[in-house]
Design a protein around this ligand. Sequence first.
Ligand SMILES: [Zn+2]
Length: 498
Amino acid sequence: MPKEEINNLALRRALFYPAAEIYPDSPSGFWEFADAGEKIRRKIVDLWRKELVEKEGFIEIFGAQVLPEAVFRASGHLESFSDPIVQCKKCNSLHRADSLIAEKTGKVVPESLAATELDKLIKKHSVECPKCKSKDFHETKKFNMMMKVDIGATGNQVSYLRPETCQSIFLDFKRIYRTIANSLPLGIAQAGSSFRNEIAPRNTLLRQREFGQMEIEVFFNPHRISEIENFAEVENFKLNLLLSKEKAVKKISCREAAEKKIVSGKLIAYYLARVQQFYSKLNIPEEKMRFRQLGEDERAFYAAETWDFEVETDLGWVELMACNYRADYDLKGHAKQSKQEMIVTDNNEKVLPHVFELSAGIDRAFYVALDLAFRKEKRGPEERIFLDLPIRIAPYIAGVFPLVKKDGLLEKGLEIFRQLNSYDFDVLFEEKASIGKRYAKIDEIGVPFAITVDYDSLKDNTVTLRERSSMQQKRVKIDSLAEALWHLKTGKKSFEQI
Ligand SMILES: [Zn+2]
């Protein structure tokens, strides 16, 4: 769907909107979410938690957002977490040097390239300023993207807002291993905000300065990378792989990927399968998803293997999760900086665990879910817009609507609303506006069902249950509503079977 329509819908229903928007000079790249938007976003995290954290027996943490400088000295962020910035001499606009070159040449510019090398390429390809077409630039400078925070009254304890959620996981590894896990592989997860001082935030939720991440670090014994419980469950599962030197996606089973060494071991294939299965639950069609294998010049220098999980949208392929085999880079760095031992005993063997990382964006998943769910239907002279969201991430499961406010219908509706609420269903009650307007509202925010209380409800204790996407309706006994919604929510029954 063209992003303009998503953005219009987002503002019209307050799904997401700029932070501090009443102040026009607020910096861009910060967003807020209300009601349905907040709920959809939260439910994506809940789905991740259920499918990729709890089912795998992983441990979730809630870490601090502000961390001391030493952490980022060890992680390498202080030294190398920077974008190459170049300024136009004529109009003073700032640009990312690597993007300008890549746009001109159509080729990926390696992240590791020094500023002086970038300047040479700018000259060689006569790169122009996208704003004023001048070819005269200042020298490229590396700009660190971390946001600095001064702690304490004297401000001399330099800290940073975390640029990624995973550092706390590395810092906490030893304590969690000792107190809770005591064995490998050990998965530790965290969801929350991260902060990057992006030069040019753009595409609303796709490039922000504060953004949601859900990250998992799987710590394992590198000598046992192909010993993973439950591999049998996925061995025939087909991964959509775009290998680094190929043009088309290949469907390759986990077993084949491991046997042919397309991945470093069964453990990697296993988690890639779980990732693909997780995103399928967001209703991403099979043909619109792929793991793109990053070539050597694209990967972070410490990564032995990287697969970017990408989804095709109207904005092109969007990366939703980076799956990085980080080896022992992180634990080694923190062991050296903190002088704390990170070696553990696994199967009577002393090892420094290796890490396979599943690093996902929350807001990107949210945006892509909206993009893929957006529907516009012509109905006679009118147009209907609805979000065909999967039930598990829908903001509410149903709206409860008394047809009119009088003759006891309001009270009956409230009774149903309270009953469903007590069963822990997310339901919405609305008595204002015409029934058509109320349907239109919940259609637009992706609520899958509407429950309408009318005069017959008072006589025979039934209500109308309406399905959003098909607009089919049926009468359901009030007493069996909760059970019906539970069947629909868990997928045990379809709407036709109710
Ligand atoms: Zn310019």
